[in-house]
Design a protein around this ligand. Sequence first.
Ligand SMILES: Cc1cc2nc3c(=O)[nH]c(=O)nc-3n(C[C@H](O)[C@H](O)[C@H](O)COP(=O)(O)OP(=O)(O)OC[C@H]3O[C@@H](n4cnc5c(N)ncnc54)[C@H](O)[C@@H]3O)c2cc1C
Length: 388
Amino acid sequence: MDFKLNAEQELIVEAASEIAQDFGPEYWREKDKNHEFPEDFWKILVQNDFPGIVIPEKYGGTGMGMLEMVLAMETLTSEGCGLAGTWFLCLTSVFGALSIVKHGNEKQKEKYLPQIAKGLEFCLALTEPDAGTNTLNTKTMAAKEGEEYIINGEKIFISGADRSKGMVLIARTTPQENVPKRTLGLSLFLVDLPNAAVEVSPIEKHGINYSRTCELYISDLRLPEENRLGEEGKGWYLILDTLNPERMSFSAASVGLGLLSITKAVEYAKQRRVFRAPIGAHQAIQFPLAEAKAKIEAARLLNYQASWLYDNGQPCGAEANMAKVAAVDAGIAAVYHAMQAFGGYGYAVEYDVERWWREINLIRLAPVTHQMALAFIGEHILGLPKSY
Ligand SMILES: Cc1cc2nc3c(=O)[nH]c(=O)nc-3n(C[C@H](O)[C@H](O)[C@H](O)COP(=O)(O)OP(=O)(O)OC[C@H]3O[C@@H](n4cnc5c(N)ncnc54)[C@H](O)[C@@H]3O)c2cc1C
């Protein structure tokens, strides 16, 4: 791929940068402190067609791809919005739009995609309390009765479920003991929310408090067959097409949070003087920031490559997992050393580093845990025996 941005991509970066300038650190501090959804920020993203970046023009989007989405996410994050831009775009455009673009039928595309391009919020209900990382242990059951599915089960950590109007739900259509292969028997469904059969209960969490992450109790949710997304029983394979771009999104966020922290730490380290020279002259402060910068730039290119492969219909799992490992490690190092550069002020809410620290630590746990991304690399790239 050619790493020079084309004119359209330059425009996306410019637009994202302009939006980010309008939402300064005070805005995000307040939203995080008050646990308040950033309505005006989301409205501006929608007005500027950001949710539609990955939606074909035919369905009201701008017909670009994951590479352009990654550029938008990275820029919104690095120019001051922290995780927020990436977070909301991932929920709606990756979980919602891309799942439907890839696997929806014409009717589903016509129903949802133009609305998503106009800001209809989506979420993804995959994780379960007893299955955790092991999605193949999904217990939520979708039992077929005539032309309908009746769904019962429980989901945990479902971000945005409190206000989303649409949800991609993964459930079991064949009991685990009856499938010929472990990866078969799961199916995807499109669920309109709110729904009386889906009880949504927010979970108090460590950061990203401007958005809620919820537990769902699903009891006798009746869905017509037409709400199934893609082929019955093949949900595991279909959801991978959503999980790889989700990894790219959070790699973009790690790159962005890392760059944002470095920029702020460098500004501070140039002017803060407690002994003879500014603190940025001390190697103990300067070198870790320099090292994080080098590693972030490397991870960024790998993530562009993963996105480009995805957009060009080529296998991208290896690059997506490696980019995720590299980006989150480099991003965490950057925020950690930025906090050190700020000294005691790094611990004060007013300087924002503590908020970015709370945000970036999530990325080791979700979307894929760091260990599971490493297990993927060990097994599928290095050819080592499966470690679990
Ligand atoms: C804020 C937040 C938002 C989220 N949003 C969503 C969402 O919108 N939709 C959704 O479906 N999910 C969401 N998740 C869920 C997230 O993807 C899971 O938390 C994550 O996949 C890990 O599952 P778990 O918490 O059950 O951990 P577990 O599976 O219990 O794992 C616990 C620890 O053990 C390690 N471990 C487990 N098995 C192995 C192994 N074989 N080898 C090595 N280490 C192993 C893991 O890496 C992890 O560190 C969210 C989570 C959080 C915290």
